[in-house]
Design a protein around this ligand. Structure first.
Ligand code: NAP
Length: 232
């Protein structure tokens, strides 16, 4: 399968490396490939510059958002939540149309400082905004409720734990669930919450996730919904 990972941050890199390790063809999308390849400073989170990661992952391509989106069969959105709609505009509605878009972004709003708040929140979500802006895309919100290392290596967290999927297209959610299983998730750990409006709930887990991170002092933890299989 040809996967386009939109985003060059730690989440995009982690997803791209995992997909490539599973034998998929992968291209990462960015605003300006030349500028991205010229980076020498760590990013805002202290991660090494993208070119350093690329040395160890040379099988992964790097293209401008539009070229990357046109090439891929499945899209993975790992852009900054505040810039997701802009990034997808740059990717181009025609290039995205008819494709599954796995949306991992969270609408964190750092404008009032730390900890970030959410925008949108409560009565809307980023997942819904993306689906409204790109009605021909099959948006599946998932994996946004955990650290990116856990997304692709669930065994980092001891014991059972859960991953949520939200989206309007049943077949798209089924395909994404199969991908999650290929990452190492037990199928029973995948909880289909329903349509894309349910992304409000998973995006609103971020404030508690951030506080748990602070309290526990590490990111190898996740939510576990006890009793989730009872009604299945
Ligand atoms: P990030 O720093 O939040 O985002 C980096 C990406 O956003 C880059 O590709 C960048 O483009 C793009 N971007 C920034 N401003 C833009 C603009 N004005 N227009 C278009 N694109 C723009 O990366 P991250 O830390 O890897 O997080 C990615 C997403 O995953 C976020 O939404 C985050 O909330 C979510 N998330 C993160 C984790 C985690 O473990 N860190 C867990 C769950 C969810 P360039 O490539 O051109 O620089």
């Amino acid at each position: 399968m040809r996967y386009t990972v939109l985003g060059t941050g730690i989440v995009g890199r982690t997803m791209a490396a995992k997909l490539a390790s599973l034998g998929h063809e992968v291209v990462v999308g960015t605003r300006d490939p030349e500028a991205t390849l010229a980076r020498v400073e760590p990013d805002a989170y202290g991660n090494p510059p993208f070119p350093q990661w690329r040395v160890a992952n040379s099988q992964v391509g790097l293209e401008a958002f539009a070229d990357a989106a046109a090439w891929g069969e499945v899209m993975v959105n790992t852009t900054s939540g505040a810039a997701t709609l802009q990034a997808l505009e740059a990717a181009g509605a025609a290039n995205l149309a008819g494709k599954v878009l796995i949306d991992i972004a969270n609408p964190l709003d750092f404008s009032q400082g730390m900890p970030p708040s959410l925008n949108p929140v409560n009565t809307d979500s980023l997942g819904e905004q993306v689906q409204r802006a790109f009605p021909e895309v099959k948006v599946v919100k998932t994996l946004n409720t955990m650290n990116c290392q856990v997304m692709v290596e669930p065994s980092r967290v001891v014991g059972e734990h859960s991953v949520f999927v939200s989206g309007d297209d049943t077949d798209a959610k089924k395909a994404v669930t199969e991908l999650l299983v290929s990452f190492g998730w037990a199928e029973a750990s995948v909880i289909d919450l329903g349509d894309i409006t349910t992304a409000r709930g998973t995006e609103m887990l971020l404030p508690i996730w951030l506080r748990l991170w602070g309290a526990l002092g590490h990111a190898d933890f996740n939510f576990h919904i006890a009793g989730a299989r009872t009604g299945a």
